[in-house]
Ligand binder design. Structure first.
Ligand SMILES: Cc1ncc(COP(=O)(O)O)c(C=O)c1O
Length: 453
């Protein structure tokens, strides 16, 4: 109990035991025996409670959370207004299945997301329970609406691990290894990773600054459509406006605009997967807005309901015109999740998006200073509180340093700061959007310390 009181006021970490402590070790042992070994844990954080940007483990150690439950806890841990909304809804009713009956919040949230999503046209929303489901809904809809079977995705993309979403994921071989043929007909092309241009070009030479757009987007029309993907058979191009699991890669706006232009020319849907980049994380409600990018269909999840499982597929109303029974999910749009989502959006609009933009800039400035001091930092990039720090062995060769990334995660954990890697050797910062400047400064100081060892 005393621990909980302390957590309420704590703003910075307090590490009191060896990590993992005795209680944490016991839970890890039980987990190892009974839980699927497919989960990927880099270090043994065993959470007992959370408040704002702080977490307390089962042994009374307090951590500063720069991961936010993998970019999910947008409003921080246990925000009182989110907790109240969840409690109130649970007392009214917990479930009735929005696919078969009606309740007031389902159209309320659908209307709100429709108005918020980019694009000055009517939209409709389908609710699911996760990011993968939101992506599958989007892809199913695109195939249905276009009556075409093929899809285009990007290397480095992560769209989930269910069989349909997995076909689109182009992130790590181990995610596919052993699972046989892919369910969907997807062709992957390189993403616009300008730090590591897949074509050895620069933004000066690739066309990114010209009307025609960058080479990496043009290959879709100039190569793919002439070889493996006849455009009249292509239903959708599926793209993360900022690549998440692939390394927090920010493309030039012209990459997304060129995709839009090519898709329009051939009647292909553009699906923006904003599962990780959406819901205020980048300082705007959706990352697409940074680039004036308007998709036909958008997938949302993660931060949408502050940690209660919820996914949403938002589409142009005239695209989402499938009939009853074409797509649905028993739990999708559960009333408790929707109540949490409505208040989450209130909080994002009231102050958290603005905080994400401001603290994000503070962190980017600080990290760029650290880059001057630490040769291991090859690149710092991001928008708002979606920030990647790519570690390289050598700035010239840009050889990735995955072992240093893992060691950095572990050393930060030992000092009470929770981060996670992404891509091959990028440290990602995806904290709750409530993080303040003192906490951001502590993170910078601790990272400096860890990289100096
Ligand atoms: C961009 C993106 N799409 C989809 C997913 C899959 O989401 P979930 O794990 O909720 O199925 C993720 C998860 O990291 C993601 O980052």
């Amino acid at each position: 109990m005393q621990g909980k009181a302390e957590l309420k006021t704590a703003k910075l970490p307090q590490i009191r035991t060896e990590l993992p402590g005795p209680k944490a070790s016991e839970i890890v042992r039980l987990d190892e025996k009974f839980v699927s070994p497919s989960y990927t844990r880099s270090y043994p954080l065993v959470v007992a409670s959370g408040k704002g940007a702080m977490l307390e483990d089962v042994d009374g150690n307090i951590f500063l959370d720069f991961n936010g439950g993998v970019a999910v806890c947008a409003t921080g841990h246990a925000h009182p207004r989110v907790v109240d909304a969840i409690k109130k809804q649970a007392e009214e009713f917990i479930h009735i299945s929005g696919t078969d009956y009606y309740y007031r919040h389902l159209p309320q949230l659908a209307e709100r997301l429709s108005r918020l999503a980019p694009g000055d046209f009517d939209k409709r929303v389908h609710f699911g329970n996760s990011g993968a489901e939101a992506v599958e809904g989007a892809v199913k809809l695109a195939i249905y609406a276009t009556k075409r079977p093929k899809l285009i995705g990007f290397f480095g993309a992560f769209h989930g691990r269910t069989l349909g979403a997995l076909s689109l994921t182009g992130s790590k071989a181990k995610q596919r290894s052993g699972f046989g043929a892919q369910a969907l007909d997807v062709t992957h092309v390189p993403y616009a990773n300008c730090y590591r241009c897949p074509y050895n070009m620069t933004t000066e030479t690739c066309g990114a600054k010209e009307e025609k757009g960058p080479h990496c987007a043009r290959v879709i029309e100039e190569q793919l459509f002439k070889t493996t993907v006849p455009p009249e058979e292509c239903a959708a191009i599926v793209v993360e406006p900022i690549q998440g699991e692939g390394g927090y890669v920010v493309p030039p706006a012209s990459f997304l605009h060129t995709i839009r232009r090519i898709a329009d020319k051939y009647g292909i849907m553009v699906i923006a997967d904003e599962v990780q980049s959406g819901m205020g994380r980048t300082g705007k409600m959706f990352a697409s807005e940074h680039f004036d990018f308007v998709p036909d269909i958008m997938s949302l999840a993660k931060g949408i309901a502050s940690g209660i499982p919820l996914g949403a597929t938002v589409a142009k109303a005239d695209v989402m015109n499938w009939g009853p029974g074409a797509h649905a999910s028993t739990f999708g749009g559960n009333p408790v999740a929707i109540a949490a989502s409505l208040v989450t959006i209130d909080l994002l609009e009231e102050s958290l998006m603005e905080n994400a933009a401001r603290i994000g800039q503070f962190l980017l400035d600080g990290l760029n200073e650290l880059k001057k001091k630490h040769q291991i930092i090859g690149d710092v990039r991001g928008k708002g509180l979606m920030i990647g720090i790519e570690l390289v062995r050598d700035r010239q060769t840009k050889e990735p340093a995955p072992d240093v990334m893992l060691q950095t995660e572990i050393e930060l954990f030992k000092r009470g700061v929770i981060v996670q890697g992404c891509g091959t050797s990028t440290v990602r910062l995806s904290p709750p959007l409530v993080i303040d400047q003192e906490q951001a400064a502590f993170m910078l100081k601790t990272l400096d310390e860890v990289l100096s060892v």
